[in-house]
Write a protein that binds this ligand. Structure first.
Ligand SMILES: [Zn+2]
Length: 325
């Protein structure tokens, strides 16, 4: 899971906050317990002392420490026992003084060795969803809310089928893709005129794949290229370094409306570099565009056209604009 730096940073901040919050809670519990039972504070202090004694005795050289250690153990047990009785008498809730960390698996660091812990992964997933929601809006686009009935049912000789049948097949391709998304998932090309549901279906895929804990970046071609440009030429190029990294590293990249951007030599080479790198690293990309195959070739270059047309699965959208319905 290659989450973007921004997502990872926000997730880590939330974990830090949760950890600090839990520590404050633990502190407050301890203070409250000590206030009600000052003897508890004494016991805790003595328990710490017996631990130190135990270590010192075990390390002492020359004499047999077994007897001394046994005595310390006994004292320790007696203190523990007294502590338990006080806690029980005080009717503290279970685990009140256990100082449980915010995550018992990683202690709140977010990592177990070099592996990301489930707690941090879940926060990344949530942050990723928030970021997508800010781009996609309130969250209307889901496979459940997709309406097939707005597409005409009448046979269209140009399509060789009805628009509704065509969309049904597109819908099934997209839903299956999102359900089975994983390593080695191929790339998709959504081709067809505006207003046929390309953006809706790509947003459905984005939501579901992100929900399954994959990192998803969804953006219009215009914004994507403006990030590349800001990184390279912007007034704050230094600050914007790394702005394009998320497009390279996410598990699924969705580029909406390719072809609506101002195409320049720079955007062409950025696009080639991006698509080529993602392909070499076996990362999936979805492109939606109004451009036909030959227009892709004319607008960009034969290398880009052959990357897209040769390796992306074509999902053809056709019919008339359904936004008027
Ligand atoms: Zn954890």
């Amino acid at each position: 899971m290659a989450y973007s730096e921004q997502v990872l940073r926000r997730a880590r901040e939330r974990l830090e906050q949760a950890k600090a919050e839990r520590e404050r809670e633990n502190d407050a519990h301890r203070r409250e317990a000590y206030r009600r039972y000052p003897r508890l504070e004494e016991i805790d202090r003595e328990l710490r002392q017996t631990m130190t004694q135990l270590m010192a005795t075990a390390l002492r050289q020359g004499e047999d420490p077994a007897q001394a250690i046994a005595a310390i153990r006994e004292k320790n047990l007696a203190l523990q026992c007294e502590r338990d009785w006080i806690l029980e008498a005080g009717e503290f809730e279970e685990g009140y003084l256990d100082e449980t960390p915010v995550c018992t698996k990683c202690g709140g660091s977010g990592y177990i060795g070099s592996q990301m812990c489930d707690c941090l992964r879940e926060l990344c997933r949530q942050e990723q969803k928030k970021e997508l929601t800010s781009l996609l809006g309130s969250g209307q686009e889901t496979f459940e809310t997709f309406r097939l009935d707005v597409y005409p049912d009448a046979y269209d000789p140009k399509l060789g089928t009805s628009p509704r049948q065509l969309m049904k097949s597109n819908f099934n391709i997209c839903r299956k893709y999102a359900q089975n998304f994983g390593e080695g998932s191929g790339s998709l090309l959504f081709s067809g005129a505006t207003g046929l549901g390309k953006t809706f279906l790509s947003a459905c895929i984005a939501r579901q794949v992100a929900d399954r804990s994959f990192s998803v970046v969804y953006d219009t071609a215009i914004r994507l290229f403006s990030d590349f440009e800001a990184e390279k030429f912007g007034a704050y190029a230094e600050e914007n370094r790394g702005l394009s990294r998320k497009y390279f590293e996410c598990d699924l990249l969705i580029i909406d409306d390719l072809g609506t951007e101002m195409t320049t030599q720079f955007t062409i080479s950025a696009l080639y570099h991006l698509l080529n790198t993602r392909m070499m690293e076996n990362r999936a990309t979805i492109i939606s565009t109004n451009l036909a195959d030959n227009e892709i070739e004319n607008r960009y270059n034969p290398q880009i056209a052959s990357r897209i047309i040769g390796t992306f699965r074509l999902v053809q959208f056709a019919g008339e604009d359904i936004r008027r319905r």
